[in-house]
Design a protein around this ligand. Structure first.
Ligand SMILES: O=C(O)CCC(=O)C(=O)O
Length: 280
């Protein structure tokens, strides 16, 4: 069946679509890969170990966990997403009903989210593929991140915890996005989940891997009034509770910022992988 969004128009896709889904990693590693000079490897290692983790509450219900995902876990997430993404139901280039294409590749796990109708469906409308399940390891990482952020809030944020802690959730949706270097995502709210889920403030949990992104968020769709944070490889951003319906978007990807060790271990293409987890 012809792809609804006619992949053939995307030159860069063509080369990568020998599989049914877009390959987020360089297909074949060069046979003789020159190792980076020792001082570069050492600098990278120092950066990784010095990076440490830090947690910041950006606003009630919105928590940024810097460096939360270990380098080893980042590697295994990229490998898992690559493997799932090249098969049926894998990465494709989505579009909106107006015909405009999103500046990224997408793959849904758990449930399919259709950007055209802005609805969740069991099958992907253009090829009837059934989304694969969310790997258990990712599921556990999401639950742990919520617990850790709540532990931080209880210990560090003064006053009553009411309205400050993030509601627990067990994700049944994972939307994986791969932004190439020109990738962006306009300011929007995540509000296609069930009324119950949104009312309870069940959080959106977002993992960033690869190149850094400029992420903006705010009360309204006005980009000039939005706050900005840089999401680096290994960061986790959570927004639930009072921040569940915050407007958010990605204004740009910062080139050449992915950790060299991640690229070396995975051959990830230049770009950024984002996994967004939610509960319907
Ligand atoms: O890539 C990101 O950090 C944001 C993703 C996002 O906003 C979404 O999936 O709705």
């Amino acid at each position: 069946m012809k792809n609804f969004w006619d992949k053939s128009q995307n030159d860069d896709d063509n080369e990568r679509l020998n599989h049914s889904g877009f390959d987020i990693c360089q297909k074949d590693s060069p046979p003789f890969k020159l190792k980076p000079p020792l001082h570069v490897t050492n600098r990278e290692r120092r950066k990784q170990s010095m990076k440490g983790q830090s947690i910041t509450v950006l606003r009630p219900g919105m928590v940024l966990m810097k460096g939360y995902i270990s380098s080893a876990d980042q590697v295994s997430i990229v490998k898992t997403c690559r493997e799932l993404g090249i098969g049926d139901g894998g990465f494709y280039q989505p579009g909106y009903s107006c015909g405009r294409k999103l500046q990224l590749k997408m793959m849904c796990l758990g449930k399919n989210w259709d950007p055209e109708s802005r609805m969740y469906t069991e099958l992907r409308p253009f090829d009837n593929s059934k989304p694969l399940g969310i790997p258990e390891k990712l599921h556990d990482m999401v639950e742990k991140a919520i617990q850790d952020s709540n532990e931080f809030i209880r210990e560090n944020v003064g006053g009553s915890n009411e309205g400050k802690v993030i509601p627990n959730m067990s994700p049944d949706i994972c939307i994986a996005k791969f932004y190439t270097k020109s990738g962006t995502l306009g300011l929007h709210q995540d509000k296609d989940e069930s009324e119950k889920s949104i009312k309870k403030g069940l959080p959106v949990v977002s993992f960033s891997i690869g190149e850094y992104a400029e992420f903006i968020y705010g009360e309204t769709r006005a980009a000039n009034e939005a706050e900005k944070v840089i999401l680096e490889s290994g960061d986790v951003l959570i927004f639930g509770g009072k921040s569940r319906l915050i407007y958010h978007g990605v204004t740009c990807i910062l080139p050449d910022t992915a950790p060299a060790s991640l690229i070396e271990a995975t051959n990830l293409l230049p770009g950024r992988l984002n996994l967004t987890f939610k509960m319907f």
